[in-house]
Design a protein around this ligand. Structure first.
Ligand SMILES: [Zn+2]
Ligand SMILES: [Zn+2]
Length: 332
Protein backbone atom coordinates (compact mmCIF):
# COMPACT_ATOMS: atom_id res chain seq x y z
CA UNK A 1 0.00 0.00 0.00
CA UNK A 2 0.98 3.64 -0.28
CA UNK A 3 1.63 5.41 3.02
CA UNK A 4 3.18 8.64 4.27
CA UNK A 5 6.10 7.66 6.50
CA UNK A 6 7.75 9.71 9.27
CA UNK A 7 11.20 8.42 10.22
CA UNK A 8 12.98 11.44 11.68
CA UNK A 9 11.38 14.56 13.14
CA UNK A 10 12.09 17.90 11.46
CA UNK A 11 10.43 21.23 10.83
CA UNK A 12 7.32 20.67 8.75
CA UNK A 13 8.60 23.10 6.07
CA UNK A 14 11.47 20.62 5.50
CA UNK A 15 8.95 17.87 4.74
CA UNK A 16 9.87 15.15 7.26
CA UNK A 17 7.27 12.73 5.82
CA UNK A 18 7.60 10.88 2.52
CA UNK A 19 5.23 8.77 0.44
CA UNK A 20 6.35 5.13 0.18
CA UNK A 21 5.13 1.74 -0.91
CA UNK A 22 5.05 -0.56 2.15
CA UNK A 23 3.44 -3.96 2.91
CA UNK A 24 -0.33 -3.73 3.54
CA UNK A 25 -0.97 -4.56 7.23
CA UNK A 26 -2.89 -7.72 8.12
CA UNK A 27 -5.38 -7.70 11.00
CA UNK A 28 -4.53 -10.00 13.94
CA UNK A 29 -7.19 -11.70 16.05
CA UNK A 30 -9.60 -9.08 17.38
CA UNK A 31 -8.49 -6.49 14.82
CA UNK A 32 -10.11 -5.00 11.76
CA UNK A 33 -8.51 -3.54 8.65
CA UNK A 34 -9.98 -0.35 7.24
CA UNK A 35 -9.55 0.81 3.67
CA UNK A 36 -9.04 4.49 4.41
CA UNK A 37 -11.18 6.96 2.42
CA UNK A 38 -10.34 10.20 4.23
CA UNK A 39 -8.14 11.44 7.08
CA UNK A 40 -8.34 14.86 8.71
CA UNK A 41 -5.20 16.87 9.49
CA UNK A 42 -4.75 17.86 13.13
CA UNK A 43 -2.14 20.17 14.64
CA UNK A 44 -1.05 17.25 16.82
CA UNK A 45 0.28 15.57 13.63
CA UNK A 46 2.53 18.59 13.16
CA UNK A 47 3.64 18.52 16.82
CA UNK A 48 4.68 14.86 16.43
CA UNK A 49 6.39 15.47 13.06
CA UNK A 50 8.35 18.46 14.37
CA UNK A 51 9.38 16.96 17.72
CA UNK A 52 7.22 18.97 20.15
CA UNK A 53 6.04 15.50 21.16
CA UNK A 54 8.56 12.62 21.31
CA UNK A 55 8.68 10.06 18.50
CA UNK A 56 7.46 6.80 20.03
CA UNK A 57 7.98 4.58 16.98
CA UNK A 58 9.83 4.87 13.68
CA UNK A 59 8.81 4.59 10.94
CA UNK A 60 5.42 6.04 11.89
CA UNK A 61 2.25 6.81 9.93
CA UNK A 62 0.56 9.95 11.34
CA UNK A 63 -3.15 10.81 11.23
CA UNK A 64 -5.91 10.22 13.80
CA UNK A 65 -9.10 11.43 12.10
CA UNK A 66 -9.57 8.33 9.99
CA UNK A 67 -12.67 7.10 8.16
CA UNK A 68 -13.18 4.35 5.65
CA UNK A 69 -14.66 0.91 5.05
CA UNK A 70 -13.81 -2.34 6.82
CA UNK A 71 -12.19 -4.60 4.23
CA UNK A 72 -10.85 -7.41 6.42
CA UNK A 73 -11.98 -8.74 9.79
CA UNK A 74 -9.74 -10.69 12.18
CA UNK A 75 -10.87 -13.70 14.22
CA UNK A 76 -13.18 -13.00 17.20
CA UNK A 77 -14.31 -9.56 16.01
CA UNK A 78 -17.99 -9.09 16.77
CA UNK A 79 -18.38 -5.32 16.58
CA UNK A 80 -17.73 -4.90 12.81
CA UNK A 81 -18.48 -6.75 9.59
CA UNK A 82 -16.95 -6.57 6.15
CA UNK A 83 -18.21 -3.47 4.32
CA UNK A 84 -19.13 -1.46 7.45
CA UNK A 85 -18.20 2.22 7.54
CA UNK A 86 -15.75 2.80 10.38
CA UNK A 87 -13.86 5.63 12.06
CA UNK A 88 -10.65 5.76 14.11
CA UNK A 89 -9.84 8.51 16.60
CA UNK A 90 -6.98 9.53 18.89
CA UNK A 91 -7.52 6.81 21.53
CA UNK A 92 -6.14 3.71 19.81
CA UNK A 93 -6.16 1.43 22.83
CA UNK A 94 -6.69 1.56 26.60
CA UNK A 95 -5.42 -1.08 29.03
CA UNK A 96 -8.77 -1.91 30.61
CA UNK A 97 -7.08 -2.60 33.95
CA UNK A 98 -5.82 0.65 35.47
CA UNK A 99 -7.75 2.68 38.07
CA UNK A 100 -8.99 5.06 35.36
CA UNK A 101 -10.15 2.35 32.93
CA UNK A 102 -11.95 0.60 35.78
CA UNK A 103 -13.79 3.77 36.80
CA UNK A 104 -15.09 4.88 33.38
CA UNK A 105 -12.27 7.35 32.68
CA UNK A 106 -10.32 5.49 30.01
CA UNK A 107 -9.36 8.88 28.50
CA UNK A 108 -6.88 9.08 31.43
CA UNK A 109 -5.65 5.45 31.05
CA UNK A 110 -2.02 5.25 32.15
CA UNK A 111 -1.29 2.52 29.60
CA UNK A 112 -3.16 4.05 26.66
CA UNK A 113 -1.82 4.19 23.12
CA UNK A 114 -2.73 6.83 20.58
CA UNK A 115 -3.37 6.68 16.84
CA UNK A 116 -0.67 8.26 14.71
CA UNK A 117 1.73 8.39 17.67
CA UNK A 118 2.08 4.96 19.37
CA UNK A 119 0.26 3.15 16.54
CA UNK A 120 0.18 3.78 12.79
CA UNK A 121 -2.58 6.15 11.71
CA UNK A 122 -4.56 7.12 8.67
CA UNK A 123 -2.25 8.75 6.12
CA UNK A 124 -2.16 5.44 4.28
CA UNK A 125 -4.38 3.33 2.08
CA UNK A 126 -5.10 0.90 4.93
CA UNK A 127 -4.95 0.86 8.72
CA UNK A 128 -5.54 -1.88 11.31
CA UNK A 129 -6.68 -1.62 14.92
CA UNK A 130 -8.55 -3.46 17.67
CA UNK A 131 -12.17 -3.60 16.47
CA UNK A 132 -13.36 -2.54 19.93
CA UNK A 133 -11.62 0.83 19.50
CA UNK A 134 -13.13 1.73 16.12
CA UNK A 135 -16.40 3.65 15.77
CA UNK A 136 -19.48 3.11 13.69
CA UNK A 137 -20.08 6.36 11.81
CA UNK A 138 -23.36 7.86 10.53
CA UNK A 139 -24.33 6.59 7.06
CA UNK A 140 -25.55 9.81 5.54
CA UNK A 141 -22.44 11.96 6.15
CA UNK A 142 -19.64 11.92 3.54
CA UNK A 143 -16.25 10.53 4.58
CA UNK A 144 -14.66 13.99 4.17
CA UNK A 145 -17.28 15.54 6.47
CA UNK A 146 -16.84 12.76 9.03
CA UNK A 147 -13.04 12.96 9.32
CA UNK A 148 -12.81 16.13 11.47
CA UNK A 149 -15.61 14.88 13.71
CA UNK A 150 -13.19 12.19 14.93
CA UNK A 151 -10.84 14.66 16.67
CA UNK A 152 -12.03 18.26 17.12
CA UNK A 153 -15.60 16.96 17.11
CA UNK A 154 -15.26 14.36 19.87
CA UNK A 155 -12.87 16.52 21.92
CA UNK A 156 -15.26 19.47 21.72
CA UNK A 157 -18.12 17.22 22.80
CA UNK A 158 -16.12 16.05 25.82
CA UNK A 159 -15.34 19.66 26.78
CA UNK A 160 -19.08 20.39 26.73
CA UNK A 161 -19.79 17.31 28.88
CA UNK A 162 -17.19 18.51 31.40
CA UNK A 163 -19.13 21.76 31.87
CA UNK A 164 -21.95 19.68 33.44
CA UNK A 165 -24.47 22.13 32.02
CA UNK A 166 -28.13 21.21 31.73
CA UNK A 167 -30.95 22.31 29.44
CA UNK A 168 -31.75 26.01 29.86
CA UNK A 169 -28.33 26.88 31.34
CA UNK A 170 -25.83 29.30 29.85
CA UNK A 171 -22.43 28.42 28.45
CA UNK A 172 -19.78 30.84 27.17
CA UNK A 173 -17.45 29.82 24.34
CA UNK A 174 -14.16 31.77 24.18
CA UNK A 175 -12.65 31.67 20.69
CA UNK A 176 -14.57 30.30 17.72
CA UNK A 177 -12.76 27.91 15.40
CA UNK A 178 -13.75 24.48 14.03
CA UNK A 179 -13.94 22.81 17.48
CA UNK A 180 -16.13 25.53 18.98
CA UNK A 181 -18.43 25.38 15.97
CA UNK A 182 -19.09 21.66 16.71
CA UNK A 183 -19.66 22.50 20.39
CA UNK A 184 -22.12 25.28 19.54
CA UNK A 185 -24.26 22.97 17.40
CA UNK A 186 -24.37 20.22 20.05
CA UNK A 187 -25.01 22.77 22.82
CA UNK A 188 -27.97 24.27 20.95
CA UNK A 189 -29.28 20.74 20.31
CA UNK A 190 -29.07 20.13 24.09
CA UNK A 191 -31.16 23.22 24.83
CA UNK A 192 -28.36 25.40 26.21
CA UNK A 193 -28.06 29.14 25.74
CA UNK A 194 -24.76 29.79 24.00
CA UNK A 195 -22.67 32.97 24.29
CA UNK A 196 -19.73 33.30 21.92
CA UNK A 197 -16.80 35.61 22.65
CA UNK A 198 -14.40 36.04 19.73
CA UNK A 199 -12.36 38.76 18.05
CA UNK A 200 -12.80 37.96 14.39
CA UNK A 201 -15.81 39.36 12.51
CA UNK A 202 -15.82 36.29 10.26
CA UNK A 203 -16.07 33.96 13.25
CA UNK A 204 -18.81 36.09 14.79
CA UNK A 205 -20.79 35.77 11.55
CA UNK A 206 -20.24 32.00 11.53
CA UNK A 207 -21.44 31.74 15.16
CA UNK A 208 -24.55 33.76 14.34
CA UNK A 209 -25.37 31.51 11.41
CA UNK A 210 -25.11 28.43 13.64
CA UNK A 211 -27.56 29.89 16.16
CA UNK A 212 -25.48 31.50 18.93
CA UNK A 213 -27.73 33.41 21.36
CA UNK A 214 -25.24 36.22 21.96
CA UNK A 215 -21.98 37.14 20.25
CA UNK A 216 -19.44 39.65 21.45
CA UNK A 217 -15.77 40.56 21.61
CA UNK A 218 -13.47 40.41 24.64
CA UNK A 219 -14.29 44.08 25.29
CA UNK A 220 -18.08 43.60 25.44
CA UNK A 221 -19.89 42.84 28.68
CA UNK A 222 -22.13 39.77 28.33
CA UNK A 223 -25.72 40.46 29.43
CA UNK A 224 -25.61 37.80 32.15
CA UNK A 225 -23.07 35.59 33.97
CA UNK A 226 -22.64 32.02 32.62
CA UNK A 227 -23.07 28.65 34.32
CA UNK A 228 -19.94 27.44 32.56
CA UNK A 229 -17.35 28.42 29.97
CA UNK A 230 -14.96 26.72 27.56
CA UNK A 231 -11.70 28.31 26.36
CA UNK A 232 -10.46 27.11 22.94
CA UNK A 233 -7.36 29.23 22.12
CA UNK A 234 -4.17 28.28 24.02
CA UNK A 235 -4.14 31.68 25.72
CA UNK A 236 -3.63 31.45 29.49
CA UNK A 237 -4.40 35.15 29.89
CA UNK A 238 -8.05 34.38 29.07
CA UNK A 239 -8.50 32.19 32.15
CA UNK A 240 -9.03 34.88 34.77
CA UNK A 241 -11.12 36.93 32.35
CA UNK A 242 -13.41 33.98 31.61
CA UNK A 243 -13.66 33.05 35.32
CA UNK A 244 -14.84 36.59 36.08
CA UNK A 245 -17.82 36.03 33.77
CA UNK A 246 -19.05 32.90 35.58
CA UNK A 247 -21.70 32.57 38.30
CA UNK A 248 -20.92 30.98 41.66
CA UNK A 249 -20.09 27.26 41.18
CA UNK A 250 -19.29 28.05 37.51
CA UNK A 251 -17.02 25.57 35.73
CA UNK A 252 -14.36 26.76 33.28
CA UNK A 253 -13.00 24.10 30.89
CA UNK A 254 -9.66 24.53 29.11
CA UNK A 255 -9.86 22.70 25.79
CA UNK A 256 -6.33 23.21 24.34
CA UNK A 257 -3.52 20.67 24.66
CA UNK A 258 -1.00 23.47 25.34
CA UNK A 259 -1.60 26.77 27.10
CA UNK A 260 0.52 29.86 27.77
CA UNK A 261 1.09 30.59 31.52
CA UNK A 262 -1.99 31.11 33.64
CA UNK A 263 -2.18 33.71 36.39
CA UNK A 264 -5.09 34.48 38.67
CA UNK A 265 -4.38 37.77 40.40
CA UNK A 266 -7.70 38.66 41.96
CA UNK A 267 -9.10 35.95 44.23
CA UNK A 268 -12.58 37.42 43.74
CA UNK A 269 -12.54 36.04 40.20
CA UNK A 270 -12.35 32.40 41.38
CA UNK A 271 -14.21 32.93 44.68
CA UNK A 272 -17.71 31.37 45.08
CA UNK A 273 -16.50 27.84 44.29
CA UNK A 274 -15.73 28.57 40.66
CA UNK A 275 -13.37 25.96 39.19
CA UNK A 276 -10.99 25.38 36.30
CA UNK A 277 -10.54 21.98 34.63
CA UNK A 278 -8.45 20.92 31.65
CA UNK A 279 -9.64 18.52 28.96
CA UNK A 280 -7.40 15.51 28.30
CA UNK A 281 -7.98 13.00 25.49
CA UNK A 282 -11.28 11.24 24.81
CA UNK A 283 -13.04 8.03 25.77
CA UNK A 284 -14.92 5.65 23.47
CA UNK A 285 -18.12 6.60 25.25
CA UNK A 286 -17.54 10.26 24.25
CA UNK A 287 -16.99 9.17 20.65
CA UNK A 288 -20.08 6.99 20.44
CA UNK A 289 -22.37 9.60 22.00
CA UNK A 290 -21.02 12.41 19.85
CA UNK A 291 -21.16 10.51 16.53
CA UNK A 292 -24.75 9.54 17.24
CA UNK A 293 -25.73 13.19 17.88
CA UNK A 294 -23.67 14.40 14.88
CA UNK A 295 -25.64 12.03 12.66
CA UNK A 296 -29.00 13.06 14.14
CA UNK A 297 -28.45 16.79 13.74
CA UNK A 298 -26.39 16.49 10.54
CA UNK A 299 -23.61 18.47 12.16
CA UNK A 300 -22.01 20.98 9.81
CA UNK A 301 -18.24 21.25 9.50
CA UNK A 302 -16.20 23.58 7.38
CA UNK A 303 -13.71 21.49 5.42
CA UNK A 304 -11.13 21.94 2.73
CA UNK A 305 -10.27 18.73 0.88
CA UNK A 306 -6.82 17.93 -0.57
CA UNK A 307 -5.48 14.96 -2.57
CA UNK A 308 -3.50 12.23 -0.75
CA UNK A 309 -0.26 12.73 -2.67
CA UNK A 310 -0.04 16.40 -1.62
CA UNK A 311 0.00 15.84 2.16
CA UNK A 312 3.63 16.96 2.65
CA UNK A 313 2.84 20.29 0.96
CA UNK A 314 -0.42 20.81 2.87
CA UNK A 315 0.96 20.35 6.41
CA UNK A 316 2.99 23.62 6.28
CA UNK A 317 -0.15 25.45 5.11
CA UNK A 318 -2.10 24.09 8.10
CA UNK A 319 0.74 25.09 10.44
CA UNK A 320 0.73 28.60 8.98
CA UNK A 321 -3.05 28.94 9.43
CA UNK A 322 -3.58 29.18 5.68
CA UNK A 323 -6.37 26.59 5.51
CA UNK A 324 -9.95 27.66 6.30
CA UNK A 325 -11.67 25.23 8.67
CA UNK A 326 -10.57 21.61 8.80
CA UNK A 327 -8.07 20.28 6.25
CA UNK A 328 -8.99 16.78 5.09
CA UNK A 329 -6.95 14.42 2.92
CA UNK A 330 -9.00 12.35 0.49
CA UNK A 331 -7.46 8.97 -0.14
CA UNK A 332 -10.10 7.19 -2.24
ZN1 LIG B 1 -6.29 15.72 16.81
ZN1 LIG C 1 -6.12 1.85 31.57
Amino acid sequence: MKAWILERQARIENKPIRLEEIPTPEPSDGEIRIKVHACGICRTDIHVAEGDLPLKKSPLILGHEVVGIVDKVGKDVTSFQLGDRAGVAWLNHACGECEFCLSGMENLCTGASFTGWDADGGYAEYTVLDGDFAYHVPDHLAFEELAPLLCPGIAGYRSLKLTETKKGQKVGLYGFGPTASCVLQVAKHSGLEVFVVTRSQKNRDAARELGADWIGTYEDNPPTPFDAGIIFPPAGNLVEFALSQLKGNGRLILAPVYMTPIEINDYNNIWLERSVKSLAHISRQDGREFLQIAGEIHLKTQIEVFPFDQLADILPLVKGGKVEGNAVIKIV
